[in-house]
Design a protein around this ligand. Structure first.
Ligand code: DC
Length: 212
């Protein structure tokens, strides 16, 4: 069983996906964390973020593991470091590179083939698992999304809103696997909803799709 949750930054994907996975006894996979791990390695190694060849090599060599909420890159716990603002920005840039996406996609498909997963990202329902039984496109008002991220990180809302807008534009306009709603995904606007209400809405969709 594959549950794909896509959408822009701050829509509430991680909160919901983690909680749903726990409730359903599935594995939670944050694919953004994988792009962040590759970006972190590239920054540390001083690889220019437009060097497609080197970035692809690095993505293929990266050993990324999930252990509960801990993310390891080549054996090192990078859970906190991948949330730094410069890594966030770099993740959106390295994710443009087709070879990087290929490497991540292969790993995501391998995990999904072996486990029931709740996988969140930008292209899960469109490209990684177009055959997923349940697809959700989770969205929210941009100002509200920025407010949520600002609360998590302690940064100023205005700045976060600008950064999110820039990243959304890049994620939506790249040539390969851009952020778009899959035609068969259910659209949920989380703007005025609590996480529990979003989860309830998704559970209803899961019941509907899996009983057909
Ligand atoms: O979900 P996130 O904000 O942690 O993701 C960080 C970046 O990674 C995001 O700006 C674009 C990229 N990404 C992607 O291209 N495809 C995915 N499936 C997930 C994330």
């Amino acid at each position: 069983m594959i549950i794909a949750i896509d959408g822009p930054a701050g829509a509430g994907k991680s909160t919901i996906a983690r909680s749903l996975a726990r409730r359903l006894g599935a594995t939670y996979i944050d694919t953004g964390a994988m792009y962040r791990a590759v970006a972190l390695w590239a920054l540390r190694a001083g690889i220019p973020l437009d060097d497609m060849h080197k970035l692809e090599q690095l993505a293929r060599a990266a050993h990324i593991e999930f252990a509960g909420d801990v993310i390891r890159l080549n054996g090192e716990d990078v859970t906190a470091e991948i949330r730094r603002p410069e890594v966030t920005d770099a993740a959106s840039k390295v994710s443009i590179v087709p070879g990087v996406r290929r490497a991540m996609r292969a790993e995501q498909r391998r995990i999904g083939a072996e486990n029931s997963v709740v996988m969140e990202g930008r292209d899960i329902g469109t490209v990684v698992f177009p055959q997923a039984q349940v697809k959700i496109y989770l969205d929210a008002d941009p100002h509200v999304r920025a407010g949520r991220r600002a609360k998590e990180t302690g940064a100023a809302v205005d700045r976060v809103e600008r950064e999110i807008a820039e990243r959304d534009t890049r994620d939506r306009s790249r040539r390969e696997a851009p952020l778009i709603q899959a035609p068969d995904a259910e659209y949920i606007d989380s703007t005025g909803l609590t996480p529990d209400q979003v989860e309830e809405a998704i559970l209803k969709i899961i019941r509907k799709r899996t009983s057909n």
